[in-house]
Design a protein around this ligand. Sequence first.
Ligand code: FPP
Length: 255
Amino acid sequence: MFKKFKKNHHQSQSADIGALDLQKIPQHIAIIMDGNGRWAKQRKMPRVKGHYQGMETIKTITRAASDLNVKYLTLYAFSTENWSRPQEEVNYIMGLPVNFLNTFLPELIEKNVKVETIGFIDELPPKTIQAIEEAKLKTADNTGLTLIFAINYGGRAEIMKGIQNMIKAHKHASDRDIEQLTEQHFAQYLMTSDFPDPDLLIRTSGEQRISNFLIWQLSYSEFIFNDKMWPDFDETELKACIKTYQSRQRRFGGL
Ligand code: FPP
């Protein structure tokens, strides 16, 4: 009994998820893919093995999201703070988009998935940039799921960049004009300007933090913390999260 309560409390119920309401699938799901290192450690394997397995989970979840007709899936792959990790680990992670796209781009194309990124992409190693640019180009006209990788992304850095660009664009504006600027206008200067705000944020591995991810865009999103390490997250867990999301009432500050 206590065990059951505890499980529900942590929003990680993998059994008996029941049928999903297909009319209420979240349009945009954002995920903080956490726990790769711990997953590997638990198995006495090097951390990078966890990242490799995490990449495989990205394929699983992309397929599942596409099948469920989710329109946008944003995945936090590398933060502006992750550069402080050991060089070897950073190098390995930077190779993963290359591996991922080498092995998965044909299926992305077949599934009508469009690849996009947010983050300071121009600061990545050339091979990583090249793989990403090729994937974007080859999927540019696709109209199904939009798969957005946040790479070298940080919410505060994104907002600062947006403020700088907005100031440059309004250099000669009067105080009165500046005071008329709206939230909607500012959002045009964010890296997410082409996408709606996430309806649902999922963070795996039991950690309950936002870690500088989409800090503007998540203002009214539902948060679900799932106990699985990212390499163990799967379609069943995703559906359980969506089921929980569907049981919530979103009010956007109203009644
Ligand atoms: C968090 O786990 C995971 C990361 C910082 C890296 C995630 C990257 C991938 C899954 C691959 C990216 C691939 C593509 C295709 C873009 P952690 O290392 O913080 O785990 P821990 O908290 O257990 O140490």
